[in-house]
Write a protein that binds this ligand. Structure first.
Ligand SMILES: Cc1cc2nc3c(=O)[nH]c(=O)nc-3n(C[C@H](O)[C@H](O)[C@H](O)COP(=O)(O)OP(=O)(O)OC[C@H]3O[C@@H](n4cnc5c(N)ncnc54)[C@H](O)[C@@H]3O)c2cc1C
Ligand code: SF4
Ligand code: SF4
Length: 561
């Protein structure tokens, strides 16, 4: 059948019509008909994206029996979706349509009308030639699984579980320890404004354990993951008998928390196991167990140094929560003995909220001293601090409590590899966008919440968990379907040498090596059609649908003819 291509040039009000001679484009194009043996329908229209414009296009496609559609208009960023929707209302496959940007690429950047028109004619001819080599692609609809797996049973994982569990949605909560609650249940208490004790956290744990739509796997870990948003298959191992079980879910939430760096490795801190030097986490555990702090040598301390920002410089980031929780620990010490000398050594306090600043005033009011230092070294419990005025002071304490920088939790690298999620420079999971989409990752359907994302307090960890739940609830509607990306890559078996280059460049983990056939294969359901692999293949075996070599070649050939 002879191709019948509808070519419509949009005036875009004065935007195109005043800068380009549209009639000259319409006159120039029919020359293509003899050369390509096609039939062209060529017209202009005021505003193609308006209601009238869309109806006009729909009628043109139907009444003329068009096989292809080319529009000379604005940026595809603005209106590609608009015109794809128009095609979908007709019998024309939307992949046989193309928009050519003669507004931003010609009208708006070339002051001379003749030159702008010449360029627009070239673009239009190239576009028409390309569309003739495009193929009709058929969208698939896949059933979605609304269930969710959450890895990590700290407060973030707990909050996400409670936000998602519902009659028509099962939540699987996988925790590597033998209890839920993460770090928060190991503390002597929470910040005073958070209610002090951890009763609220325990209430949430009870709600999880009592919810028949949440299945908890303790002492368990994720072993394998394949699939994509709406259809993941994951292997969980552990629990009684170290059993392995396969779970099918639609989304994965990573809530594995953060770890604490090892302060003993830092220059300037010289102490041994025998010295009365402990970390903030050790102090929290002691208060949780005994309600007070004791020295290794027995007895109670009369003077305590709290050292902030241990390892902050080496890590290159602020752990954000330490200033607050160190003041909480100072409060415990003052509760233990109001006469105890407690000094907090810091390099500038991180107190972003009004409530934090109020807390600092309150702590100071209880007799806790705050000393801002430029340099600080410790040798056992001897602290040498250089103040901001350059004066040094040597003090000896009964006990030193360090606040080591937080870091990604153990196993983060392995988990990132398993999920195909990249890590940031500081080693935490990389979100899609720090400001506009902080909970999602580059793998659709995989979310990161709580301290696994970056150092955070409990409130922010819970907010992240609720945000990810919101995203999942809107994406995985029970009974719903999803349309996977259709412009994906494929590997032509006959050309693939199995060199594996493409496996390294695919950040989505969409390519796997088929041992039996000795070639690489694209998992089309996971592929996002980014095209990275296309350029990496030395054998020309890779093709990205809707962006093939032939299509590019034909477009360029017409442009320079
Ligand atoms: C000393 C100290 C005191 C603090 N005090 C306060 C405070 O008073 N108030 C406050 O708001 N914040 C406080 N924080 C911060 C608080 O700890 C975090 O905000 C909170 O723990 C983050 O919760 P989470 O669920 O993201 O991580 P976590 O509490 O760390 O929980 C992560 C969970 O994931 C599990 N896990 C890890 N890896 C895996 C894996 N591969 N598979 C399965 N499970 C895994 C862990 O076992 C853990 O149970 C304090 C932090 C410290 C270090
Ligand atoms: S186009 Fe290639 S690199 Fe990009 S997601 Fe698909 S397989 Fe991976
Ligand atoms: S880069 Fe090309 S030849 Fe090498 S494995 Fe991938 S598809 Fe095959």
């Amino acid at each position: 059948m002879k191709a019948k291509v509808g070519v419509y040039v949009c005036e875009c009000g004065p935007n195109i019509s005043e800068k380009i001679d549209i009639d000259r484009i319409l006159e120039a194009l029919p020359g293509l008909e003899e050369y390509r043996d096609i039939e062209l329908v060529v017209k202009r229209f005021g505003l193609l994206c308006s209601g009238d414009g869309k109806t006009f296009l729909e009628d043109e496609i139907n009444n003329n029996g068009l096989t292809h559609l080319v529009l000379g208009a604005c940026s595809p960023r603005d209106h590609d979706k608009t015109f794809i929707a128009v095609c979908k209302k007709t019998s024309l496959n939307p992949f046989l349509y193309k928009i050519i940007n003669i507004r931003e690429h010609c009208a708006w950047i070339i002051p001379d009308k003749d030159q702008a028109t010449d360029k627009a004619i070239t673009y239009m001819r190239a576009g028409i030639n390309r569309v003739l080599f495009q193929s009709a692609l058929m969208e698939k609809k896949l059933d979605i699984n609304p269930d969710v797996i959450i890895v990590g049973g700290g407060i973030a994982g707990i909050e996400a579980s409670l936000s998602l569990a519902a009659k028509d949605r099962m939540v699987y909560l996988v925790e590597k320890d033998d209890h839920l609650g993460g770090k928060a249940v190991l503390f002597g208490g929470l910040l005073p404004r958070q209610g002090g004790g951890s009763a609220k956290i325990r209430e949430k744990i009870e709600s999880v354990l009592g919810n028949d739509r949440i299945k908890v796997y303790l002492e368990s870990e994720l072993k394998n993951v394949i699939g994509f948003l709406g259809n993941f298959e994951v292997m969980v191992a552990g629990g009684e008998g170290g059993e392995e079980r396969e779970l099918k879910v639609g989304a994965i939430i990573v809530a594995t928390g953060s770890g604490m760096s090892d302060p003993s490795a830092l220059d300037g801190l010289k102490y041994s196991e025998a010295d009365e030097v402990i970390t903030s986490m050790d102090a929290e555990r002691m208060f949780a167990k005994d309600g007070k702090i004791s020295l290794k040598s027995g007895g109670e301390p009369k003077s305590v140094a709290l050292i902030h920002c241990v390892g902050r410089e080496e890590k290159g980031y602020c752990s954000r929560i330490c200033c607050n929780y160190m003041m909480k620990i100072a409060g415990y010490l003052k509760d233990q003995s109001a006469d105890m000398r407690v000094i907090e050594f810091h390099r500038g306090l991180c107190l972003p909220d009004k409530a934090d600043q109020g807390f600092q005033k309150e702590t100071e009011g209880r007799g806790v001293e705050f000393k801002r230092v430029r340099e600080l070294t410790i040798a056992g419990t001897k602290v040498n601090a250089e103040g901001m005025d350059g004066k040094s002071e040597a003090l000896d304490f009964d006990l030193v409590i360090l606040a080591p920088a937080l870091e990604p939790s153990e196993g983060t690298e392995g988990m990132a590899e398993l999920l195909g999620v990249p890590l940031s420079e500081s080693g935490y999971y990389q979100e899609i966008h720090q400001t506009t989409n902080p909970v999602a990752t580059s793998i659709e359907g995989v979310f990161v919440v709580g301290a696994a994302h970056s150092p955070k307090g409990i409130t922010d960890s819970m907010l992240f968990a609720q945000a990810s739940a919101g995203k999942i609830l809107s994406q995985l509607i029970p009974g719903g379907k999803i349309t996977p990306e259709i412009k994906v890559s494929e590997i032509l078996e006959a050309y693939c040498t199995g060199c594996g280059n493409c496996l390294d460049v695919c950040v989505y983990g969409a390519i796997y090596y088929d041992e039996g056939r000795g070639i690489s294969v694209v998992n089309e359901a996971v592929c996002r059609g980014c095209g990275n692999c296309f350029g990496s293949c030395p054998s020309g075996a890779l093709r990205t649908k809707h962006f093939t070599n032939t299509q590019l070649y034909e477009e360029m050939r017409e442009a320079i003819r």
